[in-house]
Write a protein that binds this ligand. Structure first.
Ligand code: NAD
Ligand code: MG
Length: 396
């Protein structure tokens, strides 16, 4: 049977890699929905190539241009807009698989909608899980959905864990090692970090990714978010998950068992590998990525992360310890701080203090419903904007 796939965030780095893999298997997959925030020309080109049932554009001001382009190309794709459109894409009856690849909190509700619709959800949008935590996992369980990790580390861990009745089990697992590339500033002295530019922060040495996750990789917040993500996905305490810097990004994470065995997944740093794994699971698909040539690999290094130079990792650990709304507050503060850094309004070294101040001021509440999460996100954003203004005027 040919499976329908909806790609939320199809014009982004993960979206484009997903289409690359899907295009290699026309006998197995059919693209039924594509979505983008504002890049309508890129979305139009994707629609002309893949002819989905619906295309969703976030920015209403460009919807007409997209519709005109589709008409001219005689492409029958229907255009929907905004959050209602995203919800429709996430729950489209013909979509067996939903790739959740919108960046940040903007992807939360559509990811949740796909889980509630009982889909196979390929989770790239880690922020959704960090924010909603058990709400998302409970929705997956209650509606018979599947949640397969796309984040390379989590996909690696998934591959190293034994199958259980409802996914993977951690029976016999002693510890998980989450690998981190260390980002572009791994070897930059701490006293030079205040002066680094957004261009430098986005120039990741190993992975080509969207801007937000690139900055998160440079601050190590990405690894902090991933620590929370791993703890939730695999029901392991954060204390049983260790972050290790591995600059080559060849070993994508490791699982250690009580008997002294360590299993790892290795591959070139190319997201098409985890994407193909999750698309085909439990079968293996060609991804377009070559296998490793062990004779050409050279040395693989592992070292401890520097938590003083990169305080974001510790902030994420603290938010995980506090639980409740804290991870959502952490995520919202980080999104605001990263956007301010990219806009030149705070220094690179101003990102962590903004987040720390927001965590302290907003505090933590229990999560009973998605409204609790959205409220925490909203309050944290307001406080973060205030802290950005205070910091910006200090450094001006
Ligand atoms: P990106 O910035 O390249 O793409 C983001 C996509 O989301 C685009 O299609 C954009 O149009 C859409 N989008 C952004 N804001 C939106 C909004 N407000 N409403 C609707 N759509 C919106 O990002 P990316 O690098 O592809 O990352 C996507 C997700 O995957 C992130 O959560 C990231 O952490 C995760 N991830 C990415 C990589 C990677 O290699 N790029 C690796 C692991 C995890
Ligand atoms: Mg990752």
């Amino acid at each position: 049977m040919i499976k329908g796939i909806a790609i939320l965030g199809s014009t982004g780095s993960i979206g484009v890699s997903t289409l690359d893999v899907v295009a290699r298997h026309p006998d197995q997959f059919r693209v039924v929905a594509l979505t983008a925030r504002s890049r309508w020309q890129a979305l139009l080109a994707q629609c002309i190539q893949f002819r989905p049932e619906i295309a969703v554009i976030g920015d209403t001001s460009v919807a007409q241009a997209l519709m005109r382009g589709l008409r001219e190309a005689k492409c029958p794709t229907e255009v929907l807009v905004g959050n209602a459109g995203l919800d429709a894409a996430a729950t489209l009856p013909s979509a067996h698989i939903v790739m959740a690849a919108i960046v940040g909190a903007a992807g939360l509700l559509s990811t949740l909608a796909a889980a509630r619709a009982g889909r196979r959800v390929l989770l790239a949008n880690k922020e959704a899980l960090v924010m909603a935590g058990h709400l998302l996992l409970d929705a997956v369980a209650a509606h018979g959905a599947e949640l397969l990790p796309i984040d390379s580390e989590h996909n690696a861990i998934f591959q190293c864990l034994p199958a259980g009745p409802t996914g993977r089990t951690t029976r016999g697992v002693h510890r998980i090692w989450l690998t981190a590339s260390g980002g572009p500033f791994l070897r930059v002295p701490a006293d030079q970090l205040a002066a680094v530019t957004p261009e430098q922060a986005c120039a990741h040495p190993r992975w080509a990714m969207g801007q937000k996750i690139s900055v998160d990789s440079a601050t190590l917040m990405n690894k902090g978010l991933e620590l929370i993500e791993a703890s939730l996905l695999f029901a392991m305490p954060v204390t049983a998950i260790e972050v290790v810097v591995h600059p080559q990004s060849i070993v994508h994470s490791l699982v250690q068992y009580v008997d002294g065995s360590t299993l790892a997944q290795l591959g070139h740093p190319d997201m098409r590998i985890p994407i193909a794994h999750a698309l085909g699971f439990p079968d293996r698909l060609l991804s377009g990525v070559a296998s490793l040539d062990l004779l050409k690999l050279g040395a693989l290094q592992f070292e401890a992360p520097d938590r003083i130079k990169f305080p974001c990792l510790g902030l994420a650990e603290e938010a995980a310890r506090c639980g409740g709304t804290s991870p959502a507050v952490l995520n919202a503060a980080n999104e605001v701080a990263v956007a301010a850094f990219l806009a030149g309004r705070v220094n690179f070294t101003g990102i962590a203090p903004v987040i720390s101040e927001v965590l302290e001021r907003v505090g933590s509440r229990a999560v009973h419903s998605i409204e609790d999460v959205l409220e925490a996100d909203n309050v944290a954003r307001q406080v973060a904007h205030e802290r950005v203004v205070v910091r910006g005027s200090r450094s001006a």
